[in-house]
Design a protein around this ligand. Structure first.
Ligand code: NI
Length: 337
C-alpha cells in the first residue's frame, strides 16, 4: 500500500504494511521530518465516511487497509509538523541573541560616560519587543481583512495597552479577531477569548451582521479583560482587581496623550457600549487552536503560530537593536561636532 503526504509544499511517500494504522503513519511521518510524534497533525480531504478530516495525537488506531483502495488513492493529506531541531534552533537563536544584546549593553555601559536616559530607553526598547503581541492576524475569509488588521494593529500600538503590557510583563503569541458567527448563542455573546494564558487572544471586532465594527473603546476594554486572563483564569477577586488596574492604566495613558478625538476616529461607534457580563466565560485552556476555527482547514496550528511568533519576536528585537545603533551613531556624531 502506498500513501502520499504533503508537508511544507513537499510530497512525502510512504509504503504501508498490511495492518498499519493512522497512528503508525503519524509516527513514520514524525520520524521522517524529525518532529515529535505527539505534535504532528493531518488535514485530510475530501470528506469520507470512515476517515476523519482532522487528526492529531492521539491518532486513530483505524487500519488504513479498511479503506477502499480507490478511496485511499483519492485522499489528499496535508501534514503539519515542525522538526524538533528547528524549534530548538529557534530557541537557541533567541538565547544567543539575548546574550549578545546583554554583552553589547555591558560594553556600552562601560564605554559610556554619564549618560542619563540611554539605559532606561534601551530597557524600554527591549521590553517593548518582549512584552507585546508577537503576531497579528485578521481572519482572511471574512470581508475586509485589511480593516480588521488595521484595527488589531491600532490596539497593539495603543500607548496605554503598550505601557500596561510592559508593566505587567504580558506577552501574547497571537492577536486575532473572532468570527461573530462562531461564538454567539442566545444566552451569551462572547466578546473576547484568551487561550492558554496569552497564547492567543481573540476579539470580536465585528458586529454580528459582519457589516461593521464595534467601538474602539469597547473592544479595548475587552482587551484589558483578556490581558488580565494572562495571569488569572477564573473571574475571581484577583482577576477583577487586575482588570480594573489595567483599565485604569489605559485610561490614564489616554489623558497623558491628550485623549483621542473619538468622534473622528475610524473605529468610533457612538451607540456601542461595553457589557462586562458578556466578556467571556473565563480564561480558556488546553486544546489545539487553529486560526480560522472550523471554517478553514488551511488554518495555522498552535505550534505554527508559536514558531511564527518567536520568529517575529526575534525580528523585532533585531530591529530594536538596529534602531538603537543608529541612535547611538547619531549621538556620537553630535557629541563629536
Ligand atoms: Ni473573562
Amino acid at each position: 500500500m502506498h500513501l502520499q503526504l504533503t508537508w511544507q509544499g513537499q510530497i512525502l511517500e510512504f509504503e504501508l504494511e498490511e495492518g498499519d494504522t493512522w497512528a503508525d503513519v503519524a509516527e513514520d511521518f514524525a520520524e521522517r521530518i524529525g518532529a515529535e510524534a505527539t505534535k504532528v497533525s493531518f488535514y485530510v480531504s475530501p470528506k469520507m465516511a470512515n476517515v476523519k478530516g482532522f487528526m492529531k495525537h492521539p491518532f486513530p488506531s483505524d487500519k488504513l487497509n479498511s479503506i477502499d483502495a480507490q478511496d485511499l488513492a483519492k485522499l489528499r493529506i496535508k501534514a503539519v509538523g515542525t522538526p524538533s531541531a528547528q524549534v530548538a534552533k529557534l530557541d537557541a537563536d533567541l538565547l544567543r541573541h539575548a546574550q549578545r544584546m546583554n554583552a553589547r549593553q555591558q560594553a556600552r555601559q562601560a564605554s559610556r560616560s554619564v549618560k542619563s536616559n540611554s539605559n532606561r530607553d534601551w530597557q524600554q526598547i527591549q521590553d517593548e519587543a518582549k512584552y507585546t503581541f508577537h503576531a497579528i492576524e485578521p481572519l482572511q475569509y471574512l470581508p475586509n481583512p485589511e480593516k480588521s488588521k488595521r484595527y488589531l494593529e491600532r490596539l497593539a500600538s495603543d500607548p496605554g495597552i503598550k505601557a500596561s503590557m510592559r508593566k505587567h510583563k504580558f506577552s501574547v503569541g497571537l492577536l486575532t479577531e473572532m468570527n461573530p458567527a462562531e461564538h454567539t448563542t442566545h444566552e451569551s455573546k462572547t466578546l473576547g477569548l484568551n487561550r492558554n494564558r496569552g497564547e492567543v487572544i481573540e476579539l470580536r471586532l465585528r458586529t454580528d451582521s459582519y457589516d461593521g465594527y464595534r467601538d474602539y473603546k469597547v473592544i479595548r476594554k475587552t482587551l484589558c479583560h483578556e490581558l488580565s486572563h494572562n495571569i488569572h483564569s477564573d473571574h475571581d477577586r484577583k482577576f477583577w482587581d487586575l482588570t480594573k488596574q489595567i483599565e485604569k492604566e489605559v485610561d490614564q495613558n489616554d489623558h497623558l496623550h491628550g485623549g483621542h478625538k473619538l468622534s473622528s476616529d475610524e473605529f468610533y461607534v457612538a451607540d456601542d457600549s461595553y457589557d462586562e457580563s458578556h466578556a467571556d466565560l473565563g480564561g480558556w485552556q488546553g486544546g489545539e487552536f487553529v486560526l480560522g476555527g472550523t471554517s478553514s482547514s488551511q488554518g495555522l496550528t498552535r505550534r505554527e503560530i508559536m514558531a511564527r511568533a518567536a520568529e517575529s519576536r526575534l525580528r523585532r528585537e533585531r530591529e530594536a537593536v538596529e534602531r538603537e545603533e543608529s541612535n547611538l551613531a547619531d549621538e556620537n556624531r553630535s557629541a563629536g561636532s
